[in-house]
Design a protein around this ligand. Structure first.
Ligand SMILES: [Fe+2]
Length: 147
């Protein structure tokens, strides 16, 4: 997840750039700042465990982000592009939700409750971001894209 969060940080500015709808753009900007804090939280967890922060490349997130970039490159209509960006961002959020869920369960199992609590803060943000994207898609952006 350390690698994934950093990869997401490097991808989000492009998504902010490509988003047209103002709430979507703002949502990506907010999540960029949240992601910076999420990296800091992971640094805290590494520190608590007494190990150096280390990225191990993750082909899953690379694939999800590559796909997002491909899709964004294929769509010219700005409303359809917004809907596609939401779809791509939700794939990222679901990936993160799966990973953090596992990490929290493992941290608890191993008795690292402080670390589990730190990771749970991030998990809550990822879930909230996913929910905001669903709301935005269903209330507005999918409708505009369909027109
Ligand atoms: Fe994240």
């Amino acid at each position: 997840v350390y690698y994934a969060e950093k990869r997401i940080l490097s991808a989000l500015p492009k998504m902010i750039d490509k988003a047209s709808e103002s709430e979507l753009k703002q949502g990506f900007e907010t999540h960029f700042r949240e992601t910076e804090h999420q990296v800091d939280r992971l640094d805290d967890v590494f520190q608590k465990l007494g190990v150096e922060s280390k990225s191990v490349s993750c082909p899953a997130i690379d694939g999800i982000i590559e796909e997002a970039e491909d899709i964004a490159g294929d769509v010219s209509d700005k409303n359809v592009l917004d809907a596609a960006l939401i779809a791509a961002a939700q794939a990222v959020e679901h990936y993160e939700i799966a990973r953090y869920g596992t990490l929290i369960a493992w941290a608890k199992q191993l008795g690292y409750n402080d670390s589990a609590n730190i990771l749970a803060e991030t998990l809550a943000e990822e879930k909230q971001t996913n929910q905001k994207l669903t709301n935005l898609a269903e209330k507005r952006i999918n409708l505009q894209a369909a027109e």
